[in-house]
Write a protein that binds this ligand. Structure first.
Ligand SMILES: NC(=O)c1ccc[n+]([C@@H]2O[C@H](COP(=O)([O-])OP(=O)(O)OC[C@H]3O[C@@H](n4cnc5c(N)ncnc54)[C@H](O)[C@@H]3O)[C@@H](O)[C@H]2O)c1
Ligand SMILES: O=C[C@H](O)CS(=O)(=O)O
Length: 485
């Protein structure tokens, strides 16, 4: 089966290892979450292919790391330009396999491409230092060198951008990559690997291993001695497993894990701006993003006004197949996700909360379309306070003081993103400093871009992606003492 693409070569049928595309009668299917239809079959790779990919990356790394920074930069730029020129097709692939609205899929493609562009530029800015030494006939010199083979494991919710956010800095640093996308959404990753090949990036520099058995592939990635770094984006539970598996070979690791973002509306906030920011950060990708608003804390004095406006705005969100014009909320990724969101709302209501579903959302066709819902009168006793909802459900709590709001916001093992609205400059600095998160949005929720250091603290992980710091995780600093001068 093939999708309706302008560039049909973008739809690949299997892993790419050392430049060769895997073909096999052992296949797994990719389904469209909006329709339940099978949209593609993909060759099912496993541990053997993962091992071959690691060895291919190791071989390719010998040449890749010796390329000049300018040459790596030029190749990354060529990849960036091909991604942008194929963005419409890539967006169709992404919406078809993941479900998000086409406009959001296009935005993801351009967002992912921005990391490739950024690190094409940063590739030429990897610098060492010459440092004064204790003795006059010595010099301390430092150089930055690539860590080597990088293993990347990425999630289904941003199947293109999360991959680009890892491969681009790795290649810019002079590393080579073995990557495993989520089995639910392999097509976007495979298309990206195809475009990298078309851009002239040599065989073996990027190897993609797609298969149903994540543990088998991940087991090779985390335990093979030739893999020097693991970069993972996904749930905290899986991140902990991968860290344990990586310990035996002391791999450098970076972890972009789960979130439980607070969204605080103080009594001095611009309520309309807060509602707009909440809609954007809560309902993007049907609430299936790591930085989605997960807990909304509203000051008692403005709770009624904020909640009324929020309910009115949620009612306007159009639910449907993401390929259709004007759809704002697509399906959840699978039945397990739908069940989890349903159970969280039922638990909250059983414990005294009220669920408000707009009239137009009460009869949705399609098994995975969860209705955008506002839950009010929520308390910390409800499961939804501690769980990453990962669905289009906005849960509203109340508070009466700044100290209480901060304590509520920080009452979680997670610490990825946090947001708040206030026009008091003293409060802005106090609250932004007090929130135990890696990223804070103040009077704005659009925190994700290639120029900022994206990442979390506590059980949301460590390491940063993007920004000037984004290369650090892929480089080692070597110190040389130059003596006898
Ligand atoms: N911090 C971030 O930047 C960020 C970004 C996106 C998603 N996430 C998080 O990811 C989660 C949702 O994505 P998901 O459901 O794909 O997460 P997940 O952890 O279930 O899967 C993520 C990836 O890990 C793979 N995987 C699962 N078990 C594995 C194992 N035992 N060995 C090797 N690989 C394994 C999956 O196949 C997938 O490719 C949410 O918690 C979300 O918050 C975080
Ligand atoms: O799911 C979390 C991703 O990091 C999405 S984004 O970077 O905020 O777009």
């Amino acid at each position: 089966m093939s999708l309706t693409l302008t560039n049909s070569k973008l739809q690949r049928q299997g892993s790419v290892i050392d430049g060769a595309w895997l073909q096999s009668s052992d296949e797994f299917v990719v389904e469209n979450p909006a329709t339940g239809q099978v949209v593609a079959t993909v060759a099912n790779a496993g541990a053997a292919e993962a091992e071959a990919a690691v060895l291919a990356a190791e071989r390719a790394g010998v040449q890749w790391r010796e390329f000049s920074a300018k040459k790596r930069s030029t190749l990354l730029k060529a990849w960036y330009e091909l991604v942008v020129s194929n963005a419409n097709d890539l967006a169709v692939l992404l919406t078809t396999e993941q479900g998000k609205p086409l406009a959001e899929a296009k935005a993801e493609i351009l967002y992912g491409a921005s990391y490739i562009e950024w690190f094409a530029e940063q590739a030429k800015r990897i610098e060492g230092a010459v440092i004064p030494a204790p003795a006059s006939n010595q010099r301390i010199v430092t150089v930055k060198q690539p860590v080597g083979v990088v293993a990347a494991i990425t999630p289904w919710n941003f199947p293109m951008a999360m991959l680009a956010r890892k491969i681009a800095p790795a290649l810019a640093a002079g590393c080579t990559v073995v990557a495993k996308p989520a089995k639910e959404t392999p097509l976007s990753a495979l298309a990206m690997a195809y475009l990298a090949q078309e851009a002239g990036i040599p065989p073996g520099v990027i190897n993609l291993v797609t298969g149903q058995d994540s543990s088998a592939i991940g087991g090779v990635f985390t335990q093979h001695p030739s893999v020097k770094k693991l970069t993972f984006t996904g749930s905290t539970a899986v991140g902990k497993t991968l860290l344990e598996q990586s310990a035996a070979t002391i791999k450098k690791c970076s972890m972009e894990l789960g979130g439980n973002a607070p969204f605080i509306v103080f009594d001095d906030a611009d309520i309309d701006a807060a509602v707009a920011g909440c809609i954007a950060a809560k309902f993007r990708n049907a609430g299936q993003t790591c930085v989605c608003v997960n807990r909304i804390f509203v000051h008692d004095k403005v709770k009624a006004a904020f909640t009324k406006k929020l309910v009115e705005a949620v009612a306007k969100l159009k639910v449907g197949d993401g390929i259709e014009e004007g759809v704002a909320i697509g399906p959840l990724i699978n039945a397990a996700a739908f069940k989890k969101v349903s159970e969280l709302v039922i638990d909250a209501c059983n414990k005294g909360a009220k669920a408000i579903v707009a009239e137009g959302h009460t009869h949705l066709n399609g098994a995975l379309f969860y209705p955008p819902t506002v839950v009010t009168e929520a308390t910390t006793q409800m499961d939804v306070f501690n769980e990453e909802i990962f669905g289009p459900v906005a849960v509203v709590y109340s508070f009466s003081s700044e100290e209480e709001a901060i304590a509520l916001a920080n009452n979680t093992p997670f610490g990825l993103a946090g947001y708040f609205y206030s026009r008091d400059i003293g409060r802005v600095w106090r609250v932004a400093s007090a929130l135990e998160v890696g990223m804070v949005g103040v009077n704005d929720t659009a925190i994700s871009n290639e120029m900022a250091p994206f990442g979390g603290v506590k059980e949301s992980g460590f390491g940063r992606e993007g920004s000037q710091m984004g290369l650090d995780d892929y480089l080692e600093t070597k110190y040389m003492l130059m003596g006898g001068l």
